[in-house]
Design a binder for this molecule. Structure first.
Ligand code: LMR
Length: 334
């Protein structure tokens, strides 16, 4: 027989079960937190927004993608840790930021003058070499999904940067890549690793003298307002690997994962199709703003840059892996 006490206990248990079930209903969407460090109005920012839109459509609303731009959630180094811990599910760090994770091969993308064009680069990122590089992330609990372009970097400072001698003693902010460190050292500059979110202020206050970035990043962070000179050197490439927490990805229902793969393939095509134009537009906007003087290298100046930076390839061969460098150069057609 049910006593009054048992009835009360049962009622309590039912209420508890309901209260536990309710949030489960409310939360039954799969949430993908996609964190990144740049502005929404950049190739990566727009690629992430496109992925959000397509992912939600192709999974019929089963997935909710939340994009957090501008280091809102995490800065460069923290975001990789957050991904591994599962605090966020998706990132698109620059290829120059995988060294601290122990995957140094990606620094091959930082070698000066290694890619003469976007087309040359795509032979790597859309071919076997690109695939085998992404596979190296699996050991770290990370699945690599795609490569997204930004563009070719320009150098900036508060003094003209025409020849390698102009870099002597300048403190230059770099991303956390040993190849970029070697690049700045080869120019006689003093490299300083710093999170992207801190660069504007560091330039403004003189903590560093200059930096390198594609025009889209320079413009959307207003770095042109605190740099009087820039050189259109296109001396190196900056692009991204879109990555997910492996355990999260492997645990998704198959149909959901298929929808997300389709969304990622289309968002990748979109991001890569707008990257050059976004950078051209940003450069034009900075030229119009008139706060920075932009210098085009003469043939002779360019030859001097190439000669000064050439030794970096040899110097970094052991760190990156001679095989990786050879595979990239073969794909590019050197
Ligand atoms: C940088 O730190 O300069 C870039 O990697 C930022 C970015 O994500 O484009």
């Amino acid at each position: 027989m049910l006593t009054r006490r048992t009835l009360a206990a049962l009622a309590g248990a039912t209420a508890l079960a309901l209260s536990l079930a309710a949030p489960a209903f409310a939360q039954d969407k799969i949430v993908i937190k996609f964190s990144h460090v740049v502005a929404p109005d950049t190739p990566k920012g727009k690629g992430a927004a496109k992925f959000e839109e397509l992912a939600e459509a192709y999974t019929n609303g089963a997935v909710d993608v939340e994009v957090y731009p501008n280091s809102q959630l995490y800065k460069d180094k923290e975001e990789l840790e957050a991904l591994q811990l599962g605090a966020v599910q998706m990132l698109a760090p620059s290829l120059a930021k995988f060294g601290p994770l122990g995957v140094q091969d990606f620094e091959v993308f930082d070698l000066p003058f290694i890619f003469p064009s976007y087309d040359a680069l795509r032979k790597v990122t859309q071919g076997e070499v690109g695939k085998s590089l992404l596979a190296k992330l699996e050991d770290k609990g990370i699945t690599g999904l795609a490569y997204w372009d930004n563009g070719f970097k320009i150098m900036s400072a508060n003094s003209p940067l025409k020849t390698p001698d102009d870099f002597l003693g300048l403190k230059m902010r770099i991303q956390s890549s040993k190849v970029l460190e070697a690049e700045m050292n080869a120019l006689g500059a003093v490299p300083q690793v710093m999170a992207f979110s801190e660069v504007y202020q560091a330039l403004q206050t003189g903590v560093v003298d200059g930096t390198e970035n594609p025009p889209s990043n320079m413009f959307t962070q207003k770095m042109n307002e605190v740099q009087t000179n820039a050189t259109l050197s296109n001396h190196g490439y900056l692009g991204y690997a879109v990555i997910v927490n492996k355990q999260f990805w492997d645990g998704l229902p198959e149909d959901v994962r298929a929808g997300l793969e389709k969304a990622m393939a289309e968002a990748t095509d979109y991001a890569n199709s707008i990257a050059k134009e976004e950078n051209d537009k940003a450069l034009a906007a900075m030229q119009a703003a008139g706060t920075t003087e932009f210098h085009e290298l003469t043939e002779e100046e360019r030859a001097a840059w190439v000669a000064a930076l050439e030794p970096v390839h040899e110097e970094m061969a052991e760190r990156i892996g001679a095989e990786t460098i050879a595979a990239v150069k073969a794909a590019v057609g050197e």
